[in-house]
Ligand binder design. Structure first.
Ligand code: FAD
Length: 392
């Protein structure tokens, strides 16, 4: 098998890239480990930045989110010092989020790609990418039936996430792997219940962080900070709701709308960046390039931004013989990546109390309270927050 560009992974990065290459007439194929049903049922992100919507709009990929997405621009902090709201749509650059579940966006992108005649192989797991130092890289894959095959390409786009084959195929010593474990874990929950407030809710509590994010009128995502290593199943539904109500101070600020918990998973808050993003004919985008802690909801947004930059660079090279975009792709993406990492890291420190056994805990906690106080009272701090919160 052969294609000019072989794309590994059909997440937001791979599918945006595939759609853009296809529209420009580039011969490409997407290889995806999951089945179509698994791919379009995986509920993850929901908050799309204004720039993400602009990118998707520009390429005619925003129809579904324009029709069904909801604009969102308010967040509410609940802390030991009371509660305050930030109408971030009226601050900073005046930009808003569009709330549209990632699995619906993935389904839209997939439909668009296939209707345009795009090639995709489901149930096809990339094992390794070889010969990346040449202009004929090869991808070995294993199909769900166990059959092994090889794809030959001019370029391979590694959009297969953090545990994909692209990362594993990088020659040791050819990249820097910046890694940070925040030492914090969240129990991510999806409740079949309407949102309980008309804002993103961030609750800082001595028992730990709790978060509230609308997904649709009947589905809400919640997060609960948990002990590292604790199992998602250890939490009964009653305990989950009691803990959410406690941390979100429901008796003070109003009850939560309860409903069945339909999905739960523990997420360890970790961040990493691989530098550079290009290794000869293998180029990384999305979570394969950099993992962001979910604290600031940036991952899917960066994936879309990088996919557009990569598509432009590949089209220029393959259609017009201009390799300039590919030569600067890594450097341009890394500027956005580090800005997003910096903001996500700031959010982690804003939202979590420091464990009591840490000797520096009281000092760190006082800093966190002061940070929140500044955000509550300083207009310039609020503008800064809004610009980075919605921006990428
Ligand atoms: P992915 O979406 O992970 O796609 C990679 C694809 O590659 C997958 O389909 C996978 O099956 C496939 N694959 C993996 N290995 C192979 C292989 N060897 N061969 C072939 N295919 C392979 N981000 C936001 O911007 N906003 C949010 O609100 C937000 N909330 C989140 C909530 C949670 C609970 C989680 C876990 C993440 C959240 N994120 C959010 C992050 C966001 O979901 C990711 O950053 C985003 O999915 C990255 O897109 P991607 O295309 O790079 O990777």
């Amino acid at each position: 098998h052969a294609a000019d560009v072989v794309i590994l992974g059909a997440g937001p990065a791979g599918l945006v890239l595939g759609n853009l290459l296809l529209a420009a007439g580039v011969d490409c194929v997407i290889l995806e480990r999951a089945t179509r049903a698994q791919l379009t049922a995986r509920s993850r992100a929901g908050f799309l930045a204004a720039n993400t919507v602009r990118v998707l709009d520009r390429h005619g990929l925003a129809e579904g989110l324009r029709r069904h997405g909801k604009e969102h621009a308010v967040c509410e902090f609940r802390t030991e010092d009371g509660r305050f709201r930030l109408d971030y749509g009226g601050l900073g650059l005046g930009e808003r989020h569009t709330v549209y579940p990632q699995h619906l966006l993935v389904a839209d992108l997939l439909t668009h790609y296939q209707q345009a005649g795009g090639q995709i192989r489901f149930g096809t797991e990339a094992q390794a990418v070889a010969d990346i130092g040449t202009s004929r890289p090869r991808v070995t894959v294993r199909e769900s039936g166990g059959r092994e095959e090889t794809w030959q390409a001019r370029y391979v786009a590694g959009c297969d996430g953090r545990h994909g084959a692209a990362r594993r195929s990088l020659p040791p010593g050819s990249f820097r792997h910046h890694r940070h474990d925040h030492g914090i874990s969240w129990l991510g929950l999806l409740a079949e219940a309407p949102p309980s407030l008309d804002a993103v809710g961030y609750a800082v509590h001595p028992q730990g962080f709790a978060g509230h994010m609308a997904r649709t009128p009947s589905v809400t995502r919640y997060y609960l900070q948990t002990e590292r290593g604790s199992a998602a199943e250890a939490w009964s539904e009653e305990r989950i709701w009691a803990e959410l109500e406690l941390r979100m101070r429901a008796t003070e600020h109003g009850p939560l709308h309860r409903g069945p918990i339909v999905q739960r998973a523990v997420v360890d808050l970790e961040s990493d960046v691989l530098e550079p993003l290009r290794h000869g004919s293998l180029i990384l985008a999305g979570d394969a390039a950099s993992l962001l802690s979910p604290s600031a909801a940036k991952g899917a947004n960066l994936a879309v931004l990088e996919a557009e930059l990569l598509a432009e660079a590949l089209v220029a090279d393959l259609m017009h013989g201009d390799g300039g975009g590919l030569a600067t792709y890594s450097e341009r993406c890394l500027r956005y990546i580090w800005r997003a990492q910096e903001f996500s890291n700031w959010m982690v420190r804003l939202l979590h109390t420091t464990p009591g056994h840490d000797a520096g805990a009281p000092f760190q906690d006082a800093l966190r309270r002061s940070r929140l106080d500044s955000l509550r009272t300083s207009r310039s701090h609020q503008d800064w927050f809004a610009e980075h919160y919605v921006g990428v």
